[in-house]
Design a binder for this molecule. Structure first.
Ligand SMILES: [Cu+2]
Length: 507
């Protein structure tokens, strides 16, 4: 109940000081705006790899949403939520062609949901805000794994509480394993195939954070998205992992509520991006920086074979280099924080022994058929905006489940391909996520997407004053009962209603 009081307080604050977005916001986050500094360097935790158990041809997973307490080093333990653990959850390994049953038991004292972000599943299995799991209840859902190998993730999607539930610690990775026929890639989990769940947190010296104890972030943090100066990877502060002296695969998830990362190595070495949200790219893309927005995943290949054993390589975010692409004008200036303007460490890696398999980077990955603009049977406009202390799509907000404005509620005939024209008129970037279907970017401001963004995507960062056009084909079973969602993946924006829904209906 305490969180609902906090929510009301926020809404009242929006009404009372609705114009503050056009004013300098530096003073809006009064109170304990700055968190404590926590030294990192501990061991990189590995989320357990869960393979489930085969029962009558169906692979069964059991997950338990539970409370916990974790000492992140703030000075006192932090109350957490986790999935079958105190903080974060196991990595679920799925196999293409298998049927999966997942039993999610909610051992919390409040309602939540669990959504499979990036997975193409029936609407009733999607785990969005319409599929709540009451305190003490178990939600059992089944779906077929139909997708190519990819890295997806799961997290709660509870109406008005997604940001808090994820911030408390409920999230985990989903891996659809590599096909036997595809190029050999590092695939020894935790050895040369490392998950990296990157999150930022704002901890206070008593171990609390802005979502603790029924608190709610101040309005400035709702507008900017809650950001903090403590960087966690797999739940540990700027940790140190071990990588083999060879080719290493990093499955990177930006699991933060609001912060973008512009990742690169401390020695500026190059690396290859081999997969985006929806799976392998056509060819590996060489880069020295990876801009990753909340909700996005990327798989990277990094070559440590020329490094000395016991050498240390840091992974950093060169955020300041991406500042101009993420923030514009006075609004952008007000919503950026010190980390957005600078560079900071995310993790470090110590070079260990020989890799499990001596691999060289492939030159080809997977053919990706480009969708044609002419395949779209209709066009939708989505305008993302911020004003009057709130966030909008098409000047509308989704603030309740029962009634969603027509501007953000769609009936889409099964099988139709649509062209979505997504524009952003605000001073900061918003990552748009569409449930259920991986899509392709047609262009960004009229220019074809760069190779790293030319594969399958479910989340696309739309910079301020930019227009992204994407093609999405709505395959799937018609279901009038349950919608899918699309929303800004800055979770404070999602909670504030920067979200809409669509039903896949009978053509
Ligand atoms: Cu947003």
């Amino acid at each position: 109940m305490a969180d609902q009081i906090g929510r009301r307080t926020f809404l009242e604050a929006v009404g009372a000081v609705g114009l503050s977005l056009v004013l300098p916001l530096g003073v809006a986050g009064c109170g304990r705006a700055d968190g404590v500094d926590i030294a990192g360097g501990g061991q990189l935790p590995m989320p357990p790899l869960l393979e489930g158990e085969l029962q009558g041809g169906v692979r069964l997973f059991r997950l338990r949403l539970q409370t916990g307490a974790v000492d992140f080093g703030a000075g006192a333990p932090t109350a957490t939520y986790g999935v079958s653990g105190a903080y974060l959850g196991p990595t679920l390994k799925l196999r293409r062609g298998e049927r999966v049953r997942i039993e999610v038991t909610n051992a919390l004292d409040e309602t939540t949901t669990l959504h499979w972000h990036g997975m193409e599943v029936p609407a009733r299995s999607d785990g969005g805000p319409y599929q709540t799991i009451a305190a003490g209840a178990t939600w059992t859902t089944e779906f077929d794994v139909t997708q190519r190998p990819l890295t997806a993730w799961y997290h709660p999607h509870q109406m008005h509480a997604t940001a808090r539930h994820v911030y408390m610690g409920m999230a985990g990775l989903i891996v659809v394993e590599d096909d036997p026929g595809t190029p050999a890639l590092p695939a020894s989990y935790g050895i040369d195939d490392l998950p990296l769940v990157i999150q930022d947190r704002r901890f206070f010296a008593d171990g609390t954070h802005p979502y603790s104890n029924g608190q709610h972030p101040a309005m400035h943090d709702m507008m900017a998205g809650l950001k903090g100066s403590t960087i966690l990877v797999n739940g540990a502060v700027v940790p140190r992992g071990v990588v083999p002296r060879g080719l290493t695969r990093l499955r990177v998830l930006n699991g933060s509520n609001a912060r973008n990362y512009n990742l690169g190595f401390g020695d500026d070495r190059g690396f290859l991006q081999i997969a985006s949200d929806g799976g392998l790219l056509a060819v590996p893309v060489a880069m020295t920086r990876l801009l990753l927005a909340p909700g996005e995943r990327a798989e990277l290949l990094v070559d440590f074979s020329a490094d000395p054993t016991s050498g240390v390589v840091t992974l950093r975010s060169y955020s300041g280099e991406a500042f101009a692409a993420l923030f514009t004008g006075q609004m952008g200036d007000n919503l950026a924080d010190a980390l957005d303007r600078g560079s900071f460490d995310v993790a470090s890696f110590v070079i260990g022994g020989a890799p499990p398999r001596a691999l060289s980077a492939p030159t080809q990955l997977e053919a990706i058929a480009r969708m044609a603009e002419s395949s779209a049977v209709r066009t939708r406009q989505l305008v993302m905006s911020m004003r009057m202390g709130s966030v909008f799509i098409n000047a509308a907000r989704m603030t309740e489940l029962a009634s969603v404005p027509a501007a953000i509620s769609y009936d889409i005939p099964a099988g139709d391909t649509e062209l979505w024209v997504v524009s952003n008129t605000s001073g900061m970037a918003h990552p748009l996520h569409i449930h259920h279907r991986q899509f392709q970017l047609l262009d960004i401001d009229g220019v074809a997407p760069p190779p790293a963004l030319a594969g399958w995507k479910d989340t696309v960062l739309v910079g301020p004053n930019r227009v992204v056009r994407l093609l999405v084909s709505f395959a799937g079973v018609a279901d009038r009962e349950f919608p899918y969602m699309f929303h800004c993946h800055i979770l404070e924006h999602e909670d504030d209603g920067m979200m809409g829904r669509f039903f896949i209906v009978q053509p």
